[in-house]
Design a protein. Structure first.
Length: 113
């Protein structure tokens, strides 16, 4: 079964940083754009950022200037560097092969003092 495996979540204080990673099978990684979503308690899942196979990126307005999505094709891994974290960033973060039904299991990010 195809799996996307996320890691890197945790508990941080406001203003700190985290980097999330998502490893995908190579056949998937080279074929799809990759995306990060998040879902906060009692809220709908929202798109945070995506990156195409060619490296073009797009961000939600709420994270522009703070988050950076990147991909390492040699490692079939997509990253989400999150800086200047805020309590409103608290959510479960999921990666997805963009436009497919392939999702990771999610990783919790909690921003709290």
């Amino acid at each position: 079964q195809v799996q996307l495996v996320e890691s890197g979540g945790g508990l941080v204080e406001p203003g700190e940083s985290l980097r999330l990673s998502c490893a995908a099978p190579g056949v998937i990684f080279t074929r799809f754009a990759m995306a990060w979503y998040r879902q906060a308690p009692e809220k709908q899942r929202e798109l945070v950022a995506f990156i195409t196979t060619g490296g073009t990126t797009n961000y939600a307005n709420s994270v522009k200037g703070r988050f950076t999505i990147s991909r390492d094709n040699a490692k079939s891994t997509v990253y989400l560097q999150m800086n200047s974290l805020k309590p409103d960033d608290t959510a479960v973060y999921y990666c997805r092969a963009f436009g497919s039904s392939l999702w990771g299991q999610g990783t919790q990010v909690t921003v709290s003092s």
